[in-house]
Design a binder for this molecule. Structure first.
Ligand SMILES: Nc1ncnc2c1ncn2[C@@H]1O[C@H](COP(=O)(O)OP(=O)(O)O)[C@@H](O)[C@H]1O
Ligand SMILES: [Mg+2]
Length: 273
């Protein structure tokens, strides 16, 4: 069985009828990480949001999405809300937007855990503190008392990862979680994602521009272009023998960036390794 199955996902603009994602079908196996790559505007974020049932008003979706065999399209909104957080967790590009700007991040974390957590409040407070320390947030109490705008993008991503460690969702969807970060922070956050996977055993969708990151974290890769999946395969095969010209273009054009990333990473995870 698969942790996540997407069958014939179509997303379109209800007003204009413009089709944004044509007909996507893919699976994420238990404990595996699927990367979605593709140029800006190819439909990666819409795909993620559609899985969460969070596409914006005006857009429509069809097709079926199964998490652990449960068909999300058939769930009432109330149950869907419980799925989010408990079984499905999304980590977005801009950590700032994930948090309520008017409250300290600790308030948001405690509330999320109260709604979705699987254990008692006290237990979760202890687990959260440990999780925050484990992702390099050295003074959890101080961090929790801060407002989102007082924290860096890297710190906010770490907080989201700590939250995912505590929630242990079945599927984690990370939509370009490192894109807004500088190279060094990017490296550190990617390493935290790698550890997150091994700790929680969660399945993961990881959207990224950066093929160096993809190589480090993903088991399989989907390549999207203009709302369609143009190539898919195991990560190693995509790097060594991409069939679609667009994928080959991505692999070659990202080599320079990837080399830089490899230097920062001290050698592991690049295209050539
Ligand atoms: N709310 C919306 N209404 C209309 N079109 C949208 C909306 N959100 C995204 N789109 C369009 O859908 C396409 C895919 O967007 P998106 O999934 O965000 O791309 P990306 O691959 O960069 O994440 C783009 O052409 C974008 O302009
Ligand atoms: Mg996007």
């Amino acid at each position: 069985m698969n942790a996540l199955e997407v069958h014939h996902l179509k997303i379109w603009d209800g007003l204009t009828g413009r089709v944004l994602v044509r007909d996507s079908s893919f699976n994420v196996k238990y404990g595996e990480c699927l990367a979605i790559v593709g140029e800006s505007g190819s439909g990666k974020s819409l795909t993620c949001r559609a899985i969460m049932r969070l596409i914006r008003a005006g857009l429509r979706q069809s097709g079926s999405i199964l998490v652990n065999g449960v068909n999300l399209s058939e769930l009432p909104e109330k149950e869907m809300r419980r799925m989010r957080g408990r079984r499905l967790c999304m980590i977005m590009q801009n950590g700032m937007r994930a948090f309520d700007p008017s409250r300290p991040v600790g308030a948001h974390l405690r509330e999320t855990l109260a709604v979705h957590g699987k254990r008692s409040r006290e237990e979760m407070a202890v687990t959260l503190k440990k999780a925050m320390e484990s992702v390099g947030l050295e003074d959890p109490a101080a961090v929790m008392s801060r407002y989102p705008h007082e924290l860096s993008g890297g710190m906010l991503q770490r907080i989201m990862i700590a939250l995912a460690i505590v929630l242990e969702p079945d599927v984690i969807i990370a939509d370009e979680p490192t894109t807004a970060l500088d190279a060094v922070t990017q490296y550190e956050v990617v390493e935290q994602f790698v550890r997150l996977r091994s700790r929680t055993g969660s399945s993961m969708i990881f959207v990224s521009h950066d093929l160096g990151v993809v190589k480090r974290i993903a088991d399989e890769v989907l390549v999207m272009k203009d709302g369609e999946i143009v190539e898919r395969g195991e990560t190693g095969d995509i790097f060594s023998g991409a069939r679609h010209p667009y994928t080959r273009y991505l692999v070659s054009s990202k080599l320079t960036l990837t080399r830089h990333f490899m230097q920062v990473m001290g050698g592991h995870g690049g295209v050539e390794s």
